[in-house]
Design a protein around this ligand. Structure first.
Ligand code: HPA
Length: 270
């Protein structure tokens, strides 16, 4: 694994040699955030040794290096999920690479289903904590002490100082943000009604198929994380309507301007 990360880093440094300080993982339907970046270099995942290639509509599949809010950043346009058949190691490989490239903060975004009855489609939610027990843990297997400890502490996976900063930014901009717990599942099925109820009973506010493996990996490496969900559908409801991937992408697109505004400001303040 370490040798693979080194090969990926050597390739990237061969084509782009500046150190990004912030990394951002863009979730489903949030890819147009990249328009905010003054781009220095784009590298398709397929060009980077050992990088997986994303297979899902709405996830484009490249690293974008550039500047935003006066900072050098790197964005992952496209990410990897368990339901694509990738192993936990493959899903989290890019996070190992970004940390080794030198990022000092990781921002993660996703589209998620609301289970908190107060949540509505289009809401933004700061993730304050997660429940990872319904999906494989990405640290199962041999531990590399160079990266982090065998039993990482998880008392503050989402840094309080970043959460506080974002709350101030949101209130200054008059943008409503929720706070809550993200429950990760493997997908690819959306949840049954009974499963949405179970997730609420477990203590979840939203449910999604990503983010947590990346966050656990970042925490393992001592990388501070901030994460935000866009609520793209509501799981617990009376009507008979079904949830579709198209609806999820559309809702994420509609919430994107608010999301962009908040995240750009956060990056400039980090
Ligand atoms: N469930 C799981 N993942 C999701 C959902 C959902 O309702 N919406 C967007 N991603």
């Amino acid at each position: 694994m370490i040798a693979k990360v080194t090969e990926a880093i050597n390739y990237i440094r061969g084509v782009y040699n500046e150190k990004p300080v912030v990394g951002i993982v863009l979730g489903s339907g949030l890819g147009s955030f990249t328009q905010e970046i003054t781009i220095d270099k784009e590298i398709p995942y397929g060009d980077i040794p050992h990088f997986p290639v994303s297979t899902v509509e709405g996830h484009s599949g490249k690293l974008i290096f550039g500047e935003l809010g006066g900072k050098k950043i790197v964005a992952m346009a496209g990410r990897f999920h368990y339901y694509e058949g990738y192993s936990a190691e493959q899903i989290t490989f890019p996070i190992r690479v970004l940390k080794t490239l030198g990022i000092e903060t990781l921002l993660v975004s996703n589209a998620a289903g609301g289970v908190n009855p107060e949540f509505q489609v289009g809401d933004l939610m700061i993730i304050t904590d997660h429940i990872s027990q319904l999906a494989p843990n990405p640290l199962i297997g041999k531990n590399h002490m160079e990266w982090g400890p065998r039993f990482p502490d998880m008392s503050e996976p989402y840094k309080k100082y970043l959460i506080e900063k974002m709350k101030v930014i949101a209130s200054e901009k008059n943008i409503k943000v929720r706070e809550g717990v993200y429950v990760v599942v493997t997908g690819p099925t959306f949840e049954t009604r009974a499963e949405y109820k179970m997730i609420l009973a477990l203590g979840g506010d939203v449910v999604g198929m990503s983010t947590v493996p990346e966050v656990i990996t970042a925490v393992h490496m001592g990388l501070p994380v901030f994460a935000m969900s866009v609520v793209t559908d509501v799981g617990i409801r009376e009507e008979e309507n079904v949830i579709t991937h198209e609806e999820v992408l559309q809702a994420a697109k509609e919430a994107e301007p608010k999301f962009k505004e908040l995240i750009c400001e956060l990056i400039s303040q980090i």
